[in-house]
Design a protein around this ligand. Sequence first.
Ligand SMILES: CC(O)(O)NCCCCN
Ligand SMILES: [Zn+2]
Length: 663
Amino acid sequence: MGTALLYDEEMTKYKLLWVDPACKIEVPERLTVSYEALVRSGLSDRCISVPAREASDSEILLVHSEAYLEAVKKTPYMTLEDLKEFTLQFGDVYFHPNIYHCAKLASGSALQLVDSVMTGKVRNGIALVRPPGHHSMHGAANGFCVFNNVAIAARYAKQKYGVKRVLIVDWDIHHGQGVQYCFEDDPSVLYFSWHRYEHQNFWPNLRESDYDSVGKESGTGFNVNVPWNKVGMENSDYLSVFCHVLLPVAYEFCPDLVLVCAGFDSAIGDPEGEMCATPDIFAHLTHLLMNLAGGKLCAVLEGGYNLTSLAQSVCQTVQTLLGDPLPQLANLRGPCKSAIESLQCARSAHRRYWSFLKHAADPPMTDISTKHIKSTMEEEEKREMAEEERCTEGKVWPEPPERLCPPVCSGSVLPDDVACPDGLKRLSSSKDLEPLLVSKLKNRSRTAAVDGDGVTTFSRLYTLIEKLVANEIRNGLVLVPDVTAAMCVVQDLTSDLVKRVLVVCVGKEKELDYVTTDGKVLVVQISSEDNEEQRSKYYIPVCLKKGCSDTSGFIQAVFGLLLPLGYEYNPDLVLLVRMPGSGVVDSMWQQLIGLLQGFAKGHTLVLMQVNEKASMGSTASALLGHPAPPLQELQTPFPEDGDALERLRERLQADWKMLQTTS
Ligand SMILES: CC(O)(O)NCCCCN
Ligand SMILES: [Zn+2]
């Protein structure tokens, strides 16, 4: 299924008609540069164009009061003076004779997007709209927003499609207080927002934007705020919050629909955010949400005021929605001190509501919600300040790398008597291996026979790896008689082809004897085996008491450990090995394959034993980019597992900065 794109140039036909420094950045060009970038890059042609429409009164009244709607209805007939007068009652927003029309189109576009996704016409989509929505409230316009597009869409989805649970992810750099107020007592809508806060010194300066606003009454726990108390946040900070706060909660919540308040003022160069995350981060943020709700994701534009980074960020988001390979994110050095404090506060504020955060540490000693920034700046903060100057001063960043789609998505190497799953391209060995390599393989692999077909298998394997590295194929599935032997072979074959291989080993393995210490290979093993004494920087065993069949423990290990490690290690190839008898549940297996596609431009090599070929279909489906089915109702993870994972993280965080969640 495809990706919907909603855009209507009518929404460019309003602008600020008087002098107001707070509002001058909200210009029509925001929409035109975004759309034109999609056209120029060829991305718009790959989307399914869906027309905008006006939201009806009853749809707008799902969120707003009649009094407010009636008042806004009068604005098209107001004189300039009346419009100025009318505007004075609201904060940081302006009105225009045509803005009511555009606000109805913006909300209606969000509803069109929900219809397209919920009826299965498309898998996901984005609506390029203005005016934005997430600040507008029941009876008030605010922060350039007139109607709350995403809040209306959430209520509409519940009413029209009986959606039970809606996740709203707000990655705009401002707090969408309008959304928070709308759903804070509603357990069916989980609202997550990060936002520039600076201890309440940044607009809209609300006490309730802090991490301790967790929702109220039956909605307690369903409002997650992550305040940024410093500017200059980078890709590491954003990914850490996704891995250590949002994703565990989102997976436990198990939404039927994901709505994104897609504001791009959280990107580098934006005058409002003053952050340093690069536009390609949105490729990864989008990707990390795409395996929730069976892939049903609706992104609605909110803010974004640097026309260059806005256009780039929109393209990165759409390209991921279309299923293209992700760009590699280089040198992620882990969250900064301030981000860790925010992370730790948000996790500890929510640990009583979300079993995946149950083992989160206590809040930091320093009370970060005090209004006044500490007078004395520690050494670290001085250094960060210097870092910020350099980063926002420069306001230059590299153009996001091109994300080329390999001609073949998934290749397979299978025994001749095994049928190739639909969509996979069976590889035959293009050439025989050099005798030298064959002899190396012979004495390397422990299986007695690297007999005839063994060598054939190895040469096919080599061909597949060569094509992955050459980006002729995105990913591959390999079925072999003995995964352990094959693992060694792959190590040998890849050692001179790629710099870094992330090996994810699912299930226990007799002995893992090929772990390197030079960092060319990082092995993360998830099993019921407690190989703690063998642990080293590049061999990380994760023990689950009940093994891989315990999906709760498994998903916790994936978000709390595997993903942060993977981002920091930044491999050029991912080798995912499914040990026989691992017991991993198929939906979890597909989720894992989906998530691992975020690394190495999607170059994932899945190694399975022939006797597990029953799982080949679901493996192929995940490799071909189909969204993984939602995980069944997740039980509370076993306490010993959650505890062990926290301890393991604390021990590893000296070597791996992306594992830090405590200051
Ligand atoms: C949509 C938005 O969050 O970008 N609006 C920002 C308004 C800032 C007012 N000072
Ligand atoms: Zn914003």
